[in-house]
Design a binder for this molecule. Structure first.
Ligand code: TXA
Ligand code: MG
Length: 356
């Protein structure tokens, strides 16, 4: 399959500035014909398809190599279109949408049965969001479609935060890639089930727990999520998540003891004959010695860590690191999301700097 590329550079946050742009028109036309097109959102790149077309949605699962029982998120352009696809939006759902849409929040709602059944993997609910990226919004408006879009990576790789990552994973397997530069948030949207009260956090993301609680009060953590956070050694995940080719460990702690424990761990693996990488923060990078030291962001700016995380993880696979020791973070704010992804990548191997 030939993959078409378009570059869309915009200095404006307003999707209006892209209305009628030839790249947006061509990409929208492809979607309407049942094609599959990758596009930037404020979180990560998505691989879009007409959510009302079984054929198009099936192509997405095939291109990604995604198990068909894992449902997709449907992206819409504005709130007016919500009730076309969903029923009974509970009050707390309305409030969350009012506060955080457009933005990195996905709401799980009962659907009307008028989307392709593959989108929802046969469930009675659908995940919906209005993204805030101007290219995503311009594409949604121009196509007029509900767009089903999982992250635009091959299943088992980190989500793409740059068009080059999409090309590495999906060139020749999809119809087009809209290149809108690097994404701003860098981790996926927060997924909240608002069909129950209190609402349940299914996946931490760009909208933090505090932001959710600020809007609607109590939020419960999904049981799987709780297990992953409280007892990460037995993650018990249903779907295989990204795990680097090398074996990975996450070290929690702070300051000097964290740095020392990370280095000691890396030295031990080195002695076992492995090529070792360290996933560091800017503050600590100069202290480490390893085959590779990659920086994901700055501790003084947690959002920079979310933004740089997947790029850094991809880099270890590129150099074929055999073992990776990653600095961990206190699970607060957006760093709760970062820890969630790191613990999954490490398949639950978390050690505390205090342990020997
Ligand atoms: O930021 C994002 O959410 C990105 C961009 C492209 O929008 N998309 C994304 O999609 O991360 P994906 O397919 O990689 O992740 C969708 C998540 C999965 O964890 C899936 O299980 C969950 O949303 N999900 C979707 N529909 C659901 C439903 N009806 N009930 C429960 N979980 C659902
Ligand atoms: Mg994904």
């Amino acid at each position: 399959m030939e993959t078409k590329y378009w570059k869309v550079i915009t200095n404006s946050d307003r999707p209006e500035s892209l209305a009628g742009h030839s790249a947006i028109r061509e990409a929208a036309a492809l979607l309407k014909e049942g094609g599959i097109v990758a596009f930037p959102t404020e979180t990560v790149y998505g691989l879009g398809a007409d959510a009302s077309s079984s054929g198009a949605v099936t192509s997405v699962f095939r291109a990604k190599g995604r198990p068909s029982d894992n449902p997709l998120i449907v992206h819409i352009a504005d709130l007016d279109r919500l009730e076309r696809w969903t029923r009974e939006v509970p009050e707390k759902g309305v409030e969350l949408a009012r506060r955080y849409w457009p933005g990195p929040l996905t709401l799980i709602l009962p659907h009307r049965g008028n989307l392709a059944p593959q989108v929802t993997a046969g469930l009675s609910t659908v995940g919906i969001r209005i993204p805030s990226h101007p290219v995503a919004l311009a594409l949604l408006r121009e196509s007029g479609l509900p767009v089903a879009a999982p992250s635009a990576n091959r299943s088992g790789k980190p989500s793409p935060t740059d068009a080059a990552h999409v090309r590495d994973d999906l060139h020749g397997r999809i119809d087009g890639i809209l290149d809108g530069g690097t994404t701003g948030i860098g981790v996926e949207s927060t997924v909240v089930d608002v069909t129950s009260d209190p609402p349940v956090l299914l996946r931490p993301g760009g909208i933090t727990l505090d932001m959710l609680r600020d809007a609607v009060g109590e939020i419960r953590l999904d049981r799987g999520l709780e297990r992953e956070t409280m007892n990460p050694r037995s993650p018990g995940m249903k779907y295989r998540h990204y795990a680097p080719q090398g074996k990975m460990w996450v070290v929690t702690g702070e300051g000097k003891s964290l740095v020392e424990r990370v280095q000691r761990m890396a030295d031990g693996l080195k002695r076992e004959g492995m090529k070792v990488g360290i996933l560091s923060t800017e503050e600590h990078a100069a202290n480490y010695e390893a085959d590779w030291v990659f920086v994901c962001g700055r501790r003084s700016d947690p959002f920079s860590i979310a933004r740089g995380l997947y790029q850094a993880l991809r880099a270890f696979d590129e150099v074929k690191a055999e073992a990776i020791v990653a600095e961990g973070f206190p699970p607060q704010g957006v760093l709760f999301t970062v820890m969630n992804r790191l613990v999954k990548a490490a398949e639950g191997r978390v050690i505390s700097a205090g342990e020997s």
